[in-house]
Design a protein around this ligand. Structure first.
Ligand code: ADP
Ligand SMILES: CCCC(=O)OP(=O)(O)O
Length: 361
């Protein structure tokens, strides 16, 4: 089988080519200044496609006949976990960004563009909006504002399934707490195969991260608006891209922040300790949500490469359950895996619902 996987991130496009059973992965980096010259995510489509096509040409993959092309799913309407065929309603919702702007919206659109040239199917797998939250987790504390499922679903599910394999049990029989710790951080309670509670990774919820604020004291935010310190657009950008470690230390690179802390920068050390503390608190909260019935805690994402982060979280949560550390992310493998399961008939591709405005929540 030949499968192409496309995983657009904020400043890179990760690519996976499965060819004769062998997976080759690559990261196409996009300089921040080039990305920032676009106003909207979808305006980057031609730019990202040019880079992708050049990569495929240079690696000799342009000539391949794809059995499927699979992209990271975006911020579409809430859907159950699974592999989705990219058809008109899904394509339209990705392009409109019905649930928000994010580079991931480009994944399914790019996959469709490549696949359509050859009449191959295009898929997305476990988009960030998959919604398995139980009703009690949806109540926010204010009528009219609902907590919504928006998280690193693809990597969290892949990491959880990997730990289930290690434990020799089906994912559907385990209770796991998975912390994806990258530029953004989401922590999910996986109860018997369903993510029943998770912080919204983009809208200001949960722990702060290298580039996101996480949950903030609401009155403090309102005061900033009243004082005219920021427009709402600026605040949204801080919440999603320029908050967290960046707002305190001026970098989103944890290695740089750790180096400064090791050289004696006590403020940097305190900020990093606070991030670790908030991750541990989130894990503890979800342990309570699962009534203490936790088979394992999984740490994944780029920050799981950091000994200081892992040992800091371990120190505070080891009493709950055994810790599994899977540094980095497995999104390309999860995309290829999803497409392979559909092509081999092990799983049926799901159809994204019709997509009329009336349907939308
Ligand atoms: N070896 C490492 N030690 C500490 N931090 C690391 C290491 N490798 C990557 N990181 C940090 O992980 C974060 C990026 O994680 P990643 O999962 O790649 O995020 P994303 O996919 O969200 O961009 C950055 O803050 C980066 O500095
Ligand atoms: C939480 C939704 C997905 C997301 O935020 O991904 P990145 O952290 O890779 O931007």
């Amino acid at each position: 089988m030949n499968i192409l996987a496309i995983d657009p991130g904020s400043t890179s496009t990760k690519v996976g080519v499965l060819r004769a059973g062998k997976l080759v992965k690559a990261t196409i980096e996009h300089p921040r200044c080039e990305i920032e010259s676009f106003h909207a995510v979808m305006e980057q489509l031609d730019y990202r496609m040019e880079h992708l096509v050049r990569y495929l040409r240079e690696t000799g993959a342009e000539q391949l006949r794809w059995d499927a092309v699979v992209g990271r799913g975006g911020l579409v309407r809430p859907v159950p976990s699974g592999v989705y065929l990219v058809e008109e309603p899904l394509l339209r919702d990705l392009m409109r960004g019905v649930n928000g702007e994010h580079a991931a919206n480009l994944g399914g659109v790019m996959a469709h563009a490549v696949a359509a040239r050859q009449g191959a199917p295009a898929f997305v797998v476990d988009p960030p909006v998959i919604d398995e939250m139980w009703p009690v987790a949806r109540i926010s504390g204010m009528a009219g504002i609902e907590r919504r499922s928006m998280f690193h679903a693809l990597n969290q599910k892949a990491a959880a399934r990997e730990v289930a394999r290690e434990l020799g049990k089906p994912y559907q029989e385990l209770n796991l707490i998975v912390a994806h710790m990258g530029g953004g951080i989401t922590v999910g309670a996986h109860r018997k195969g369903l993510v029943v509670d998770v912080n919204n990774g983009l809208n200001g919820d949960g722990p702060f991260s290298p580039e996101r604020t996480g949950g903030l004291p609401v009155i403090g935010v309102l005061q900033l608006v009243e004082q005219g310190a920021f427009t709402t657009e600026q605040l949204k950008s801080i919440v999603a891209r320029k908050g967290g470690v960046f707002s305190y230390l001026g970098t989103v690179d944890l290695r740089e922040a750790e180096e400064n802390a090791q050289k004696g920068d006590r403020w940097a050390a305190l900020v990093l300790e606070a991030m670790v503390y908030q991750v541990a608190k989130e894990i503890g909260a979800l342990a309570a949500a699962l009534s203490g019935e936790v088979d394992g805690i999984v740490l994944t994402g780029g920050l799981a490469f950091s000994d200081a982060v892992v040992s800091g979280v371990r120190r505070r949560v080891a009493f709950i359950a055994p810790l599994f550390v899977l540094p980095g992310e497995f999104e390309i493998e999860a995309l290829i895996g999803g497409a392979s399961r559909v092509l081999s008939g092990a799983e049926e591709a799901r159809r994204y619902p019709g997509g009329t405005d009336e349907d939308r929540t």
